[in-house]
Design a protein around this ligand. Sequence first.
Ligand code: SF4
Ligand code: MG
Length: 328
Amino acid sequence: SSVLIEVNHLKKHFPVGKNKMLQAIDDVSFHIHRGETLGLVGESGCGKSTLGRTLIQLYEPDSGEIIFDGQKLNSNAGVTERREYTRKMQMIYQDPYSSLNARMTVMEIISEGLIVHRPGLLKEERRRRVIELLELVGLSPKHVNRYPHEFSGGQRQRIGIARALAVEPQFIVADEPIAALDVSIQAQIVNLLKQLQREKQLTYLFIAHDLSMVKYISDRIAVMYLGQLMELVHSEELYRRPLHPYTEALLSAIPIPDPRLELSRERIVLQGDVPNPITPPSGCRFHTRCPKVMDICSTVQPQFTEAAPYHYVRCHLYGSKEVVACPE
Ligand code: SF4
Ligand code: MG
């Protein structure tokens, strides 16, 4: 199958205080093709990182299913089986300053996964492998015995990428990997990720908090709000013909460098803050801020629907028939 990862009706809530649940992910369905980059965009706190972490099994979902490379992941899997699929799914973190252990050398950081997943490697082979990885991400073999503080932010993110690649994953969740970097460095890291994707046939979930950079790396983009996907479509189409009012608002907030796409887009300023995910609004979760809100919106929750071919949206403006999450 051309699909590497399929997610059906995934739900993950966290208990907070007494008898309350934070609805981090609620009824999320989508799939990612092999070699594809799916961008995942939404304001902070909407559940993007939780979704990424749940996909790679750092959190166990409450319900719903994750099918990875044709295999349904479950928490009852044996140690060996679990280790094998967690090897195939790695993460690149947002903050290259805090995500690398300051007391470990580059050699130790990158070889950690190798020690777990390739226990048969001799020390010398491991060293050779780490040096190969450094070269792959644009660092030098002479960096191998240095510590994270000796590197710039961009170089540290390269170390984080080398660490993720060490165990030869198929799928990488990149959680805002450029958000903490200088603008001048961001494009370098995005280009490196693209190049590595081509060379290693990697599949990415690329998380971002706005729609400005994500366009350059994503084949398709999913927009998330308060724990739910609101829209999912091919990138070009999302920028050209957004359907969901929330996507329209996010798009109106970024400058458009391509004048052909300049659709006299007016800035849409959303009223109010993002509601508390412990008590999300009834009906459509966006209804308290939506410029196009209708009567039905506060009482009936819209379904995630294929409103146009391959264009998914959760909004009453586009009907509400439910669709299969993974059309092939
Ligand atoms: Fe707005 Fe209603 Fe659509 Fe929600 S369902 S986005 S409130 S129009
Ligand atoms: Mg986050």
